[in-house]
Ligand binder design. Structure first.
Ligand code: GLU
Length: 430
């Protein structure tokens, strides 16, 4: 009688993880392995998430009906410490998407030398259709379902797409109610009043600009002489756009979910913010031209910051980009084909696992402060963030130069080697 193989054969994806974003993460990983030079057995362990939890979340909706929402939490690797990563509320959330994002969190944390592995979770829902009360009930029930696998020393959630400080406060409260005392270190990205950290809300956007500024300097120019386009004028992109402008760059185009605005002379971002608040979006901003998100990506510029969502630069549009440098503020915004085309065209890409790592860096600071019950001031946090980002960029840059690798490949190789070394030292239990 033929027997089924007990394990997934080498290189095969388990069907439950067969998702375009997980294939993208695995494609990048496989591409980096020949350069990483790690033990093939260790590589095989790192290909798959350690643990995944799938839940169905019943929520009493405002109209009296019941909604059931699928939720996931995937922990990719706990080799370096507790797992860390955001929770997103989005229509496209799947198990495979969370697995890809969890793997990227592992590489991101290892690249910054944070004592964490990677995780990611989410709920498949349309967050725009949920009232505040519905969001709260969804968040509390999801947190309750996650109780067996999260904890300050096990897995520490944080904000991601469509989740915020309030979401984290509800998660912290739900967890704390279970254990009987306040546990601020269970999540990061909380409001300051319950143990959040100064600079956490702005950290991802500021980190993006720290990396871009140093990269531009190393490429022989400066932000003062650069024009920038930012896709995604939200939690990451709006902060990055302002920070770019503060450091002297000309921000010539930005977009939100509904479309973008373009002004070759440079947008007045303060006036744009006021317009956005009054008109519930940036479209129609006086003095600028409206552009679609697709057109925005193809505007001529020196730096294109991708701060919206995954899969934005692809085989379909990478040949049309007119930028000199791409910086990934979002996770996974460039597809494998997009990456290849940009590589052939000689357009460098500052990869997500480096460029947007400022968020998890300050999350780490928040967790450390919560555990110590001792809080730091803004200067200390900003300078520690600058040190971490600068050090990671340096290591990626040096490896890219010495081994002739694109930045993404160099970043992945650096991270994979860090995790593989720890895994080899620890060994496989039992
Ligand atoms: N969701 C953010 C990310 O993708 C932050 C994660 C965290 O702070 O733990 O990096």
């Amino acid at each position: 009688m033929a027997t089924e193989p007990a394990t997934t054969r080498r290189g095969e994806l388990p069907p439950e993880l067969d998702d375009p974003l997980f294939r993208q993460a695995i494609g990048q990983f496989d591409g980096a392995l020949p350069n990483a030079g790690i033990d093939p057995f260790v590589a095989e362990v790192l290909r798959y998430p350690e643990r995944a939890l799938s839940v169905s979340i019943p929520v009493r909706l405002d109209d009296g009906s019941l909604g059931i929402y699928p939720g996931y939490r995937v922990q990719h690797s706990s080799v370096l410490g507790p797992t860390k990563g955001g929770i997103r509320y989005d229509k496209a959330v799947t198990l495979g998407e969370c697995a890809a994002l969890a793997m990227w969190m592992t590489w991101k944390c290892a690249l910054l030398r944070l004592p964490y592995g990677g995780a990611k979770g989410g709920v498949r829902c349309n967050p725009r259709n949920l009232s505040l009360g519905e969001r709260e009930r969804l968040t509390r029930r999801f947190t309750a379902e996650l109780l067996p696998i999260i904890g300050p020393q096990r897995d520490i959630p944080a904000p991601d797409m469509a989740t915020d400080e309030q979401t984290m406060a509800w998660m912290m409260d739900t967890y704390s109610m279970q254990v009987g005392h306040a546990v601020p270190e269970i999540v990061t990205g909380k409001p300051l009043s319950v143990g959040g950290s100064i600079l956490r809300p702005e950290a991802t956007g500021i980190g993006v600009v720290m990396v871009v500024e140093e990269a531009v300097r190393r490429l022989g120019t400066s932000l003062e002489s650069s024009s920038c386009v930012v896709q995604g004028y939200g939690k990451v992109g709006a902060v990055a756009a302002h920070e770019l402008a503060v450091r002297g760059a000309r921000v010539v185009g930005v977009s939100d979910i509904a479309g973008g605005v373009h002004d070759e002379r440079g947008l007045d971002l303060k006036a744009l913010d006021q317009w956005r608040d009054e008109h519930e979006g940036i479209a129609g901003f006086p003095g600028s031209q409206d552009v679609s998100n697709a057109e925005l990506l193809e505007l001529p510029c020196d730096v294109l910051v991708l701060a919206a969502t995954e899969n934005q630069v692809t085989g379909a549009n990478a040949a049309n980009l007119q930028t000199k440098l791409v910086a990934e503020g979002a996770n996974g915004p460039t597809s494998l084909e997009g990456d290849e085309i940009l590589g052939e065209r000689g357009i460098p890409v500052l990869p997500d696992i480096l460029t947007n790592a400022g968020g998890v860096a300050v999350s780490y600071f928040e967790w450390v402060q919560d555990i110590q019950r001792l809080f730091w001031g803004p200067d200390e946090i900003r300078s520690r963030l600058a040190d971490l980002m600068g050090d990671a960029l340096s290591r990626v840059w040096d490896l890219s130069q010495s081994e002739g690798l694109p930045f993404r490949r160099a970043a992945l190789v650096t991270s994979i080697r860090e995790v593989a070394e720890a895994l080899e030292a620890r060994g496989i239990h039992p």
